[in-house]
Design a protein around this ligand. Sequence first.
Ligand SMILES: NC(=O)c1ccc[n+]([C@@H]2O[C@H](COP(=O)([O-])OP(=O)(O)OC[C@H]3O[C@@H](n4cnc5c(N)ncnc54)[C@H](OP(=O)(O)O)[C@@H]3O)[C@@H](O)[C@H]2O)c1
Length: 267
Amino acid sequence: MSDNKKTFAIFGNPVEHSKSPQMQNAGLKKLNYNGIYKKHHLEDGNNIKQVFLDENYQGANITVPHKEFAFKNADEVRGIAKKIHAVNTYINENGKVIAYNTDAPGFLKAIESFGEVKNVLLLGAGGTAKAIALALQEKDIEVTVLNRSEEKLKFFKNENITSYSWKNFKPKKYDLVVNSTSAGLKDEYLPCDKEILEPILKEALYAFDCVYGKITPFLALARENNCEIKDGEDMLLYQGVLAFEYFTNTKADEKIIETMRKGLKGQ
Ligand SMILES: NC(=O)c1ccc[n+]([C@@H]2O[C@H](COP(=O)([O-])OP(=O)(O)OC[C@H]3O[C@@H](n4cnc5c(N)ncnc54)[C@H](OP(=O)(O)O)[C@@H]3O)[C@@H](O)[C@H]2O)c1
């Protein structure tokens, strides 16, 4: 390795499936940046900060199941991540570990291609839902959370976000419906009962699924009901682009972004 070469990584368990290295390395190459981005399988999230420093990584992304551990271990957390309590990006700033959440702004960037959105129904209450709900709230976009079970709703209630389980849901009209559950990822389930979902989609304008690279049952039902639909590719791309900007201390232009998109798609 040459002297100034910087090393970046993605921490996950499992991490083998991650498309971040192909996306980030495409961007680094296009920028002529002397760096490499690799996969790092991490068993115990409690060690994340020490491993990050020991490996002399200049930056890293963090994926399932380590985002909360990464938040707790950072020296300093910046921006909306302080409210989300989960981070997906680490930066080494003179030996200090600085943490960010780029999933939240990545989601906002991904829905920009829809028209104006005032009102969102967010399906799911996991880690991704937390980032999306707080990103929307920060933009003054009204958000309602609907989840299969009651337990995970406490976080949203504490943030003054209207939230329901399937049992007590009182629907209204929404511009955009977002699936942030894992239904449709490895199965063919809808994120909630068709009897609940279909009348909502009939009245909605847009539907977004965090799952990427396929038309999930949710997106298929939304399309049948005349919604404009979008999968999670742009969300994945833009969280990566924003992390890339932190890693390289540059502003990614359209050429870099499109190169990263091609990298993501393995083109
Ligand atoms: N495109 C991107 O950049 C991007 C980024 C992050 C995540 N994602 C995707 O977002 C999804 C959620 O990830 P996460 O990390 O937030 O997961 P998570 O923390 O495990 O949360 C999963 C959520 O899905 C709900 N759920 C799971 N199976 C369901 C089903 N069959 N029907 C209804 N609800 C169901 C769970 O409800 P209960 O509380 O009732 O269990 C929970 O609210 C995944 O598909 C992931 O791949 C995409």
